[in-house]
Write a new protein. Structure first.
Length: 199
């Protein structure tokens, strides 16, 4: 894969060319995939206040005048890794307590209210603006996806941590893409076996 394409992974390009998550869960998927530990630190789409602001603006998670500080970047990244840990736990069961603690703590200042429109449709909306509102929206999407059951299909790849949406019938997909991570993992197992048999 070319560098130009790698830089678009998780935003314009899905790892493995999988279809993206449905509805608003796509936004949470993009948030988790705003960085991947395989790539240079500077590629983090929310890695600095300016980059985070641009990303949040693009997703309409903050308003034009909203400020994003270094502390906001830190809590957004903390939230991202905690949600990634939850997505990885969708493969293996219970998430680490540290991850749920982070989300619990960050949600305390990021509150949601039930909004109702003229047709009677309700929606969870943040009660504050700025990064508090963005955090609330993201946690609200996590909640919604758990209600619809879609959440269990958003998985963190066992190897690279990319969040991918598992559309397989029995929810058995374990890697973001067999062509990237699945094969890498299988190759490693193959070389391990070969080394063992050569001894
Ligand atoms: Zn992967």
């Amino acid at each position: 894969m070319e560098v130009r394409d790698k830089r678009r992974l998780g935003e314009q390009i899905e790892p493995g060319g999988r279809p993206k998550a449905p509805g608003r869960l796509e936004l949470l998927q993009r948030f988790v995939n705003s960085y991947n530990h395989d790539f240079p630190r500077e590629w983090d789409r929310i890695g600095t206040p300016d980059r985070a602001k641009a990303w949040l603006r693009q997703k309409r998670l903050v308003a034009p005048g909203d400020r994003v500080s270094d502390a906001d970047v830190a809590r957004l990244r903390e939230l991202r890794e905690a949600i990634r840990a939850l997505a990885i736990a969708n493969q293996r069961g219970q998430p680490e307590a540290a991850a749920t603690d982070v989300i619990r703590t960050l949600s305390a200042t990021a509150q949601l209210g039930v909004a109702i429109d003229d047709t009677g449709r309700t929606a969870l909306e943040p009660t504050r603006g700025g990064v508090d509102g963005a955090v609330a929206t993201l946690v609200g999407i996590l909640h919604e996806a758990q209600l619809t059951g879609h959440w269990l299909r958003l998985k963190g790849c066992r190897r690279c941590g990319y969040a991918f949406f598992d559309r397989s019938k029995n929810r058995s997909a374990a890697w973001c893409a067999m062509s990237i991570c699945g094969n890498r993992t299988k190759n490693r197992a193959y070389y391990r076996r070969r080394r063992t048999s050569e001894r």
